[in-house]
Design a protein around this ligand. Structure first.
Ligand code: NAG
Ligand code: NAG
Ligand code: NAG
Ligand code: NAG
Ligand code: NAG
Length: 310
């Protein structure tokens, strides 16, 4: 009797695990607004049952589409994209005096990268001057600051070293409370990159703010997704993470299989898992797949017809 009860319990636990993906308080949204007029897509990430608790949009102010969500419901994290923004500290102070409890901000998006790949292309010197005027005053208010989010490369790590020494040259210790980290590639590379950051900046936490296995087949892309989510949830040094894929597969710049929505705007398996829900079985399709897909089907039908006629 006892045995069969626990066996039943185990069976029901296993079923529950199969149906929905594990929740995580660390999970957030990299918000990439829908560009093809599918504005309803933007609400998918905040619908009932979504596990996402915070977001950033590469900007200092919240996105209009989420302005009806309070900071407590869906936490907004402002970002200072580049040195071109000279009123970042004032903007964040205004958000706070307007009633938004801003506790974290992030500095500079891919300053070591070119604008063609979403980078802000800045010298360590100009970034240091901007950080000193825009970020350090916010740290004095008790706001935690994320280091410049460099690309997941050796060049990025070198840029960071030069950034901190440019601050020293300017007579200031630029202090980062956490290290936003980007990675596109496989799991081994991700773990090794995170290891390099931990070694260079001991006792600092990391936020993995952009990551995905880009331009790969669906199975390894999903395997990477599972392994990285497990890893981030297990590590205390990872405070938060946000998967790069909040868009349709046919407009994805990281390959269709990494996207969280298929070409019709439905959650893919990865998209649904990321929200803490069950697999959907919706297979992401690329921009060309509609054409090649139907072409392929026509070809197959012709081959079959030809074969039957022979
Ligand atoms: C918030 O506004 C969006 C449109 O911008 C709307 O679709 C959504 O239903 C609203 N949510 C709530 C909770 O009012
Ligand atoms: C702001 O949020 C932090 C973290 O959740 C909390 O500790 C703090 O009490 C909040 N402050 C206000 C003024 O609500
Ligand atoms: C920067 O930090 C170092 C080491 O903690 C300290 O010795 C130095 O006084 C600091 N410099 C400034 C300008 O705060
Ligand atoms: C990191 O934290 C440990 C334990 O708190 C401490 O012993 C060590 O000195 C710290 N290292 C640095 C570089 O701050
Ligand atoms: C990823 O995790 C889900 C949920 O646990 C599981 O159903 C799926 O088989 C996993 N996929 C891979 C490729 O590991």
């Amino acid at each position: 009797m006892r045995l069969s009860t626990s066996a039943l319990l185990l069976a029901s636990l296993a079923t529950a695990q199969d149906l929905t993906y594990r929740d995580s308080s660390k999970r957030g949204l990299v918000f990439v607004p829908s560009k093809k007029g599918h504005v309803a897509d933007n609400q998918i990430w905040v619908e009932a049952g979504s596990d996402l608790s915070w977001y950033y949009n590469y900007e200092p102010t919240p996105s209009a589409t989420y302005s009806n969500r309070t900071q407590e419901e869906f936490e907004f994290v402002p970002m200072l994209w580049s040195a071109a923004t000279t009123n970042f500290a004032d903007t964040v102070r205004n958000l706070i005096s307007g009633g938004r409890n801003i506790t974290h901000v992030m500095g500079f998006n891919e300053p070591d990268g070119e604008s063609s790949t979403g980078g802000s292309g800045m010298s360590p010197d100009s970034a240091a001057a901007s950080w000193i005027s825009q970020i350090e005053p916010l740290r004095k208010l008790g706001i935690k600051a994320g280091a410049p989010a460099v690309t997941g490369s050796q060049r990025g790590l070198e840029w960071l070293v030069n950034f901190f020494s440019a601050c020293q040259d300017a007579g200031t210790n630029c202090t980062a409370d956490f290290f936003p980290t980007h990675w596109y590639g496989d799991f081994g590379g991700l773990a090794s990159h995170m290891g390099q950051i931990s070694a260079a900046y001991p006792n600092k936490t990391m936020w993995i703010t952009e990551y995905a296995m880009s331009n790969a087949d669906l199975e390894p892309t999903q395997e990477f997704f599972n392994m990285s989510a497990d890893y981030f949830d297990r590590l205390d040094s990872v405070e938060r993470y946000s998967y790069f894929g909040s868009f349709r597969s046919d407009v994805s710049n990281v390959g269709p299989n990494a996207a969280m929505l298929d070409n019709k705007g439905r959650l893919t398996d990865i998209g649904s898992w990321y929200l803490g829900q069950a697999a959907t079985g919706n297979v992401p399709k690329g921009a060309a797949s509609r054409l090649t897909g139907s072409g392929g089907a026509v070809m197959a039908a012709l081959v079959v017809a030809g074969f039957l006629m022979i």
